[in-house]
Design a binder for this molecule. Structure first.
Ligand code: NAD
Length: 708
């Protein structure tokens, strides 16, 4: 096997070089190779110092987290190696560049001296994986940088710029030519071996701050009682103020407890799922992209304007087209206001905002799209209009240009056919606000060309989006599942539950932990927007022909209860504060009477949870068996990236496996029995029933043979 680590000699200096693309992640194999290389250095008395450096674009940017699920994984071999490195009598110098994260920073801190290239970023992202650092990071970092800085890095997971790291004492120097600076340092330090700084032997500089830091840590842990990693930070930092070996033992036991914990498993799952979503079975990685420099946007309303921003922010030149100069001015006005808001919030400088806006040009004539390499259509959600503009785009766009539709509900294949060049067409379902929301559903049509799909997936990444491929169906992956969630939320309101009762269950981290419950979400997105979609769906004949189906939001729409924008919806708003809306309770009562729904005593919280969550999981099983989603983990990505599903629960299907499919099926059957199932809402998806009967996990399900 080829080693990922080599040892070279340059005169009397030895150089350990780690070359494990793409980001030099630490894997057990890399650790073994580093160990062997360090042994070779130890036994070569002719060299006076060791430099540790990495090939490629970054120093070690973390660990290979896929091995954390292996029960035999242990950080002990790395930790023992780091102690040996630190104990070396000859100086060891780490040369840092790129992103020095997690295990990378732990390796660097075991060295006696750290020299970084300008632009290096340094961080401890373990908390985002439900962990604390496990290779002495909780021990060496506070000794080098102090408790307050260590607490900040470990508890937020956010990297800091190298200048701050220098100030904090995490790195010793920033050098334009870190290689040369490291060689100078090597000679200097080798001349004074007695003065080598060993992080584990340094006293924590701000030990007097311990009570204050522990109080902050305790407050943070109390605010996240279902994410146990937060509760481990304080004790680890406290231990760093004492004996190193004892501190190391405290960290080791915390890490060992956390690694198999459900939140850590869930967060690893989501991390790997995000990356997996980029891979499309049957589409080779080598598929060439179509060149895209010029992007066109047709329809500059709420979505079009924000989509234009998403592209301009990523450096694309954007041509915006509206029906008239007035409409264009309105659209560009929205864009300008959005940028001004970003400047006001300090997210962008005035100059950056101006530069981005300067990438946009507006026109009131579709002919302006003739030069675009990719056009995103975001006109009103109306099939006749979409077919009409699709035909025009098919004619106006240059050969090879990609045509994307931002429809949320309409048949992408019909729109594609109308262009006369369906291989160039797909759906790009952005979420609102499109320049902020991370999720993008990329809707692959029946005829979408492979290079069109590959191009849009790559551009999405460049735009900072998390793209997930969906097949063509009503609502695609996310909104199709949200539909059954909303259905049950409204059904329970007719039965007597309040929006706050239901949102309270969805948002309760002890039960679930959604960022926003269904009613709060719809109030924010606009009850009118949601209701119009439902009304059209029913009208098309495809939606449920059930007079009581989502009758609450349909009636709220008619009565002008459109949510936050009208000051009243499921809640009544005073400023931003959501208060109970008695009118809504009255309305639900009237609708219940009119539709023969019997009102019940307060609904049990467990019932509310199950009726929101289980139909979604059931719908997901159908989405999988229809091939709409490529794999179970893509569904988890959609919900964690786009709907505020807590990543530490892993997404709906990871959570389904944690609950147990057998239980979910039994409860679906139970609700069919007690609520009645005339409309088939409680029919269990055949795939779900089959998996439950064999004791299989839905997360492991695959239709393609690809490893789940
Ligand atoms: N609003 C959302 O939350 C959301 C989310 C995802 C997807 N979508 C989808 O995005 C699309 C646009 O939605 P929106 O909310 O931005 O609508 P919107 O009403 O805010 O904007 C639509 C714009 O299209 C323009 N337009 C209409 N016909 C046109 C034509 N022939 N040529 C050029 N421009 C034309 C209109 O003048 C208007 O400015 C719809 O397909 C919608 O379903 C909306």
């Amino acid at each position: 096997m080829i080693s990922t680590v080599t040892l070279n000699r340059e005169g009397d200096i030895a150089i350990m070089r780690i070359d494990n693309p793409p980001v030099n992640a630490l894997s057990p194999a890399t650790v073994r190779d580093m160990d062997a290389t360090f042994r070779a250095f130890e036994s070569d008395a002719a060299t006076r110092a060791l430099l540790i450096e990495c090939a490629g674009r970054t120093f070690i940017a973390g660990g290979d987290i896929s091995v954390f699920d292996d029960p035999s994984f242990s950080p002990a071999p790395l930790n023992a190696l780091l102690d040996r490195i630190e104990a070396s009598e000859r100086p060891v110098i780490a040369i840092l560049h790129g992103t020095v994260l997690g295990g990378g920073l732990e390796v660097a801190m075991a060295a006696h001296h750290r020299i970084a290239a300008p632009g290096t970023r340094i961080g401890m992202p373990e908390i985002t994986l439900g962990l604390v650092p496990g290779s002495l990071g909780t021990q060496r970092l506070p000794r080098l940088a102090g408790l307050a800085t260590a607490f900040e890095l470990i508890s937020t997971g956010r990297p800091i710029e190298v200048e701050r790291a220098l100030e904090a004492g995490i790195v010793d120097a920033i050098a334009e030519n870190p290689q040369a600076a490291a060689r100078d340092a090597a000679h200097r330090l080798a001349a004074q071996p007695a003065r080598l700084r060993r992080a584990s032997r340094i006293e924590v500089p701000d030990a007097a701050e311990l009570p204050a830091v522990l109080a902050d840590a305790a407050r943070l842990a109390a605010s996240k009682p279902h994410q146990p990693a937060y509760a481990e930070i304080g004790p680890c930092l406290a231990a760093a103020c004492g004996d190193h070996a004892a501190g190391a033992a405290v960290e080791a036991s915390a890490f060992a407890r956390l690694i198999p914990s459900a939140p850590a498993r869930a967060l690893r799952h989501v991390f790997l799922a995000d990356r997996r979503a980029q891979r499309i079975p049957g589409l080779p990685e080598a598929t060439e992209s179509r060149p895209v420099a010029q992007v066109g946007i047709l329809g500059v309303g709420t979505m079009g304007g924000a989509i234009a921003m998403a592209f301009a922010n990523a450096g694309f030149a954007v041509t915006l087209v509206e029906t008239s100069q007035d409409a264009l001015d309105r659209g560009l006005g929205i864009v300008a206001r959005n940028y001004a808001a970003s400047v006001k919030r300090g997210r962008l400088s005035e100059a950056e905002a101006a530069e981005r806006q300067a990438r946009m040009t507006g026109h009131a004539d579709m002919a302006a799209l003739a030069d675009a390499d990719l056009v995103v259509e975001a006109v009103f959600e109306d099939m006749e209009l979409k077919l009409d503009v699709a035909a025009k785009l098919g004619a106006v766009c240059k050969p090879g240009a990609i045509i994307a539709t931002n429809t949320s509900t309409l048949d992408v294949d019909r729109i594609a056919a109308a262009t006369g060049r369906p291989t160039d067409v797909l759906g790009t379902h952005f979420f609102s606000p499109a320049h902020v929301m991370r999720l993008l559903e990329v809707v692959r049509g029946r005829n979408t060309a492979p290079d069109v799909l590959a191009t849009v997936m790559r551009i999405a990444r460049r735009n900072g989006k998390t793209a997930v491929v969906s097949g063509v169906c009503y609502g695609f992956i996310g909104n199709r599942m949200a539909e059954v969630y909303m259905r049950e939320s409204e059904a329970m309101q007719l039965e007597g539950a309040s929006p706050a009762d239901i949102d309270g269950v969805a948002e309760d981290p002890a039960l679930w932990g959604m960022a926003m419950g269904p009613s709060r979400m719809l109030d924010m997105a606009g009850v009118d927007v949601g209701a119009r979609t439902v009304i059209e769906w029913i009208k098309s004949g495809e939606g449920p022909q059930d007079p009581s189906y989502r009758i609450l939001c349909r009636t709220m729409f008619e009565e002008g209860l459109h949510g936050q924008k009208t000051g009243a919806g499921y809640y009544r708003y005073e400023g931003r504060e959501a208060l109970p809306n008695p009118a809504l309770g009255d309305l639900a009562g009237r609708l219940a009477a009119g539709h023969g729904v019997s009102r019940r005593a307060p609904l049990p919280r467990e019932e509310m949870l199950e009726r929101l969550l289980f139909p979604m999981i059931n719908e997901a099983a159908t989405i999988l068996s229809e091939g709409i989603a490529l794999r179970p983990s893509d569904i988890d990505v959609v919900w964690t990236a786009g709907y505020g599903f807590p990543a530490w629960r892993g997404g709906p299907l990871f959570m389904a496996d944690e609950i147990g499919l057998g239980r979910i099926v039994a409860r679906m059957d139970h609700y069919a029995a007690i609520l009645g199932n005339a409309r088939g809402y409680w029919n269990v998806a055949p795939l779900l029933r089959q998996l439950a009967s064999t004791g299989a996990r839905i997360s492991d399900w695959t239709s393609t043979g690809e490893e789940a």
